[in-house]
Design a protein around this ligand. Structure first.
Ligand code: IPE
Ligand code: IPE
Ligand code: MG
Length: 238
């Protein structure tokens, strides 16, 4: 008791509350996303400075296509802007960009090109993995994994948990990202919204009422420190 546990290896963040932030200030919703992007950049820096090896951010879900074309277009424009402005710093930090989700298809072409550039530029970097969930949905990910296994495994093979894990976006194609130790969600909502359902089996969950654009590195650090006081049991008895 009282003793600090190890730092989390993988922290995942559900960046929620941009819309409500804008609503409260009576400014356009896209301004909320814009300030959310500013907040994200600071959290990426902080996570890297803290020595976190994997940072995953939920940027766009498979369900977010239900939003207006104007909002969706604005979000992807911000992604293009982010890569143009910040890829250099990420590269200088030796951070490696990784994407989970179906980013090849439905995204605007300039967003696809930006993602490809970020992946290519940082492909050989060995520092923090900055993992972005883009057009990501956990159920779609699991369905895709099952189809992959059906196509690639002999029908007599017995499938184990490892086979499923390796066929997920976070698996072989991402260099096998370990399951998140800590999942943070901002804006007071306490749900996963189709995020990392398989991978979150034993993740610690942490919620804050802070809206994403107001989420500061200090609060991120405080939530990580709080995580470090928790006792993880994985179903075992200590
Ligand atoms: C999160 O903020 C960003 C994305 C989902 C892209 P929201 O836009 O969901 O903000 P709220 O939940 O409406 O406040
Ligand atoms: C989850 O937030 C997705 C992202 C943060 C990208 P949403 O705002 O889309 O989730 P719900 O609709 O509140 O569950
Ligand atoms: Mg939301």
């Amino acid at each position: 008791m009282g003793e600090k546990k190890p730092m989390p290896v993988h922290v995942a963040v559900i960046m929620d509350g941009n819309g409500r932030w804008a609503e409260l200030r009576k400014v356009p919703k896209l301004q909320g996303h814009n300030m959310g992007m500013v907040a994200m950049k600071e959290i990426v820096r902080k996570a890297d400075d803290m020595g976190i090896k994997y940072l995953t951010v939920y940027a766009f879900s498979t369900e977010n296509w239900k939003r207006s074309t104007e909002e969706i277009g604005g979000i992807f424009k911000l992604l293009v802007k982010f890569v143009a402005a910040d890829l250099k710093e990420l590269d200088e930090r030796n951070a490696k960009v990784n994407i989970i989700g179906d980013w090849h298809d439905r995204l605007p072409q300039d967003a696809i090109d930006s993602v490809q550039e970020a992946l290519d530029t940082t492909a050989n970097n060995t520092g923090m993995v900055f993992n972005i969930a883009l057009n990501y949905g956990s159920r779609a990910e699991i369905v895709r994994a099952v189809n992959y296994i059906l196509e690639n495994y002999d029908s007599s093979t017995e499938i184990g948990e490892e086979d499923i894990s390796r066929a997920l976006y976070t698996g072989d194609e991402s260099g096998n990202i370990p399951d998140p130790d800590l999942i943070i969600r901002t804006s007071g909502e306490e749900r996963l919204s189709n995020f990392l359902l398989w991978q979150a089996a034993y993740s610690e969950l942490a919620f804050t009422d802070t809206l994403w654009p107001d989420f500061k590195p200090e609060e991120f650090e405080a939530m990580v420190e709080e995580y470090r006081t928790r006792e993880r049991r994985y179903g075992g008895r200590l």
